[in-house]
Write a protein that binds this ligand. Structure first.
Ligand code: ZN
Length: 197
């Protein structure tokens, strides 16, 4: 979407592009929702206005490749290079910052810093992984919450699923003991509910 600024020079409103990128990621996650090993987070890499979306996914060793890492890796596999530093990552959930046993490799925050990308937007803040949003700024990331009402509903609903599985009083907590892949079972039960407005 192109706007005119005061000097009448066309420029692209990046925040509008970020909203579109978030929607693109959510759509991509919905389209792949029932595939084996697909998780519940989506990331969209934005380079020169083009969108490249990926979902989190589970490896054969049961560790997770987070959506941001998947997007960065898929981009590099497809183009044989890293994305430009002017690119952005737009994620349904804020990039992880702390240690995690279930994650494959370094934190997404670290991987984004290593990629030279500075701009990050997210639809929901994961307070368990990033207790303070100022942490992003301290390591040089321009990471902000996207205040899009319609998307927040999906992003919040997706994030809420983590609690429903991992909290001891979560409604799906028992599935951790009874199912090898509890997310597949949860998706079978709830269907596309997190994407419905
Ligand atoms: Zn992560």
């Amino acid at each position: 979407m192109i706007y005119q600024n005061k000097e009448n020079t066309p420029f692209i409103d990046q925040e509008v592009v970020f909203h579109q990128a978030l929607q693109h990621g959510v759509n991509h996650l919905r389209d792949n929702w029932f595939k084996e090993n697909v998780g519940i987070v989506a990331a969209t890499l934005v380079e020169d206005g083009k969108f490249f979306s990926a979902t989190s996914f589970c490896m054969p060793d049961n560790r997770w490749v987070h959506a941001e890492a998947a997007a960065l890796q898929q981009f590099e596999n497809q183009f044989g290079r890293k994305p430009k530093p002017s690119s952005a990552l737009v994620v349904t959930l804020s990039p992880c910052y702390l240690e995690s046993n279930s994650r494959s490799g370094a934190s997404c925050t670290q991987k984004i810093v290593d990629s030279s990308i500075k701009q990050v937007r997210f639809g929901c803040l994961d307070i368990k992984q990033t207790p303070d949003i100022a942490l992003y700024k301290q390591i040089g990331l321009d990471a902000k919450f996207i205040g899009d009402q319609s998307m927040q509903i999906s992003c919040q609903a997706l994030y809420a699923l983590f609690d429903k599985l991992y909290s001891p009083d979560g409604i799906f907590h028992d599935l951790l003991n009874t199912h090898q892949n509890p997310w597949s079972e949860i998706k079978r039960i709830i269907g596309l509910e997190p994407f419905q407005k």
